[in-house]
Ligand binder design. Structure first.
Ligand SMILES: *Cc1c(COP(=O)(O)O)cnc(C)c1O
Length: 405
């Protein structure tokens, strides 16, 4: 493509904002208002009828939120974006938009726990069914398509197993069968992977994670490759279901997004160092990281991602008991769900993020009781390795039958 566009490192700082229209304010102003005053009754009429552009009421659009949306559109190579009050509001809005009673959704075999919960509710209440499949080959995807299938909904890398789904294969099958493709791109951020350029129709993010990057906002973003369709969702599902973002949270996301490139580089370089340490440890069974050369899916990772990112998962010898003791033996690394923050976080998916998934389904997703997920933060890598080392040493002592203090 010979697209004349600015580099993403520049877009995160500048896109969608011109200070000249805002009294020269270098920082994007926070329009912390619920409603907007019209100059005349006629102007109000014209805004509502769409004859005149301009803000009306913050559930229908807000200038601060709009800067965030326009910036995301450019970063994901899309045509339009909607900002939501949570990642799950973005997930539910796109699924409500794409499906009706009787339809079928084809999903990657691992999906976020609450997305799984939502799909179960949709099945129970509206007979909108779904299947979770591994999607190893185009044939496998094709075989799972039913006459009622309307969309393919995937995560890659999958939370929390770090398994990859081949975006090119999914896009090729979807095109042949006229299916819409939705990709939850939370784990990669727009910095590492842009599914719309590979053929996806929608990309969504829990902006709570890498986009904000500072662990102080819950928010979601939905980017589409069709401006009209995005505007249609804005003026129907988003307006009427009401899952909007607050202007202040949008303002914080704009601030967080400015450093996304530098943060992702550090998250990645730190994760690479930690992977090398973890995978060599005798108490570790398996390590999962997209850009690990020993990863059997390394070729897929290289094709669709620009780097491995900040998430690592690994299984530890000794099952749940060892996994929990390992977590309790860390001090710098915090026990918490969520990811993409400055702080390195560890969680136990089987009993935390994916505890809502019935055990059989959970094991089929590859989430065993000995799996741990590490979100590598921005600290100094050697300090993190020392913390891991200490926790492994405690485990070793227990394994040797010695009592720990
Ligand atoms: C966190 C997360 C979500 C949900 O986002 P919220 O902002 O918590 O609502 C969805 N998908 C993935 C992959 C996530 O990690």
């Amino acid at each position: 493509m010979t697209e004349n566009r600015l580099h993403k490192d520049t877009l995160v700082v500048h896109e969608g904002y011109d200070s000249k229209s805002h009294q020269g304010s270098l920082a994007v102003p926070l329009y912390q208002t619920s409603t907007f005053e019209f100059e005349t009754a006629k102007q109000g009429e014209n805004r509502f009828s769409g004859v005149e552009e301009g803000p009306i009421y913050s559930r229908l659009g807000n200038p601060t939120v709009r800067v965030l949306e326009d910036r995301m559109t450019a970063l994901e190579h899309g045509k339009g974006t909607l900002a939501f009050g949570s990642g799950m509001a973005a997930v539910s809005s796109i699924l409500v938009h794409l499906t009706k009673t009787g339809d079928h959704i084809l999903c990657s075999r691992g999906i976020y726990g609450c997305t799984f919960g939502l799909l179960s509710t949709m099945e129970e209440k509206y007979n909108i069914t779904h299947d979770l499949i591994q999607m190893r080959t185009e044939e496998e995807i094709e075989k799972a398509i039913r006459p009622e299938t309307v969309c393919i909904y995937i995560e890659t890398p999958i939370n929390p197993t770090m398994e990859l789904v081949d975006l090119y294969a999914v896009a090729a099958v979807a095109k042949r069968h006229g299916l819409r493709v939705v990709v939850d791109n939370t784990f990669s951020s727009p910095y590492l992977q842009n599914p719309l350029t590979i053929g996806a129709d929608f990309v969504l993010h829990s902006a709570t994670k890498y986009i904000n990057g500072h662990g102080d906002v819950i928010a979601g973003l939905l980017v589409g490759n069709d401006k009209e369709e995005i505007e249609q969702i804005r003026m129907s599902i988003q307006k009427d279901y009401g899952g909007i973002i607050s202007p202040f949270d949008a303002w914080l996301l704009i601030r967080g997004l400015k450093t996304m490139s530098v943060r992702m580089e550090r998250h990645t370089s730190n994760a690479e160092k930690l992977v090398n340490y973890i995978k060599g440890h005798p108490l570790v069974e398996e390590t999962f990281y997209p850009f690990d050369v020993d990863n059997p899916q390394y070729d897929i990772a290289k094709r669709q991602m620009s780097a491995g990112g900040g998430l690592i998962s690994f299984t530890i010898k000794g099952g749940q008991e060892s996994a929990q003791l390992f977590m309790d033996s860390l001090s710098l690394i915090k026990i918490a769900v969520s990811l993409g923050d400055a702080e390195t976080l560890i969680q136990h998916p089987a009993t935390m993020t994916h505890s809502v998934v019935p055990e059989d389904d959970r094991l089929a997703m590859g989430i065993s009781n000995s799996l741990l997920r590490l979100s590598v933060g921005l600290e100094y890598a050697d300090d993190l390795i020392k913390d891991l080392e200490g926790a492994f040493e405690k485990l070793e002592k227990v394994n040797d039958g010695k009592k720990i203090k």
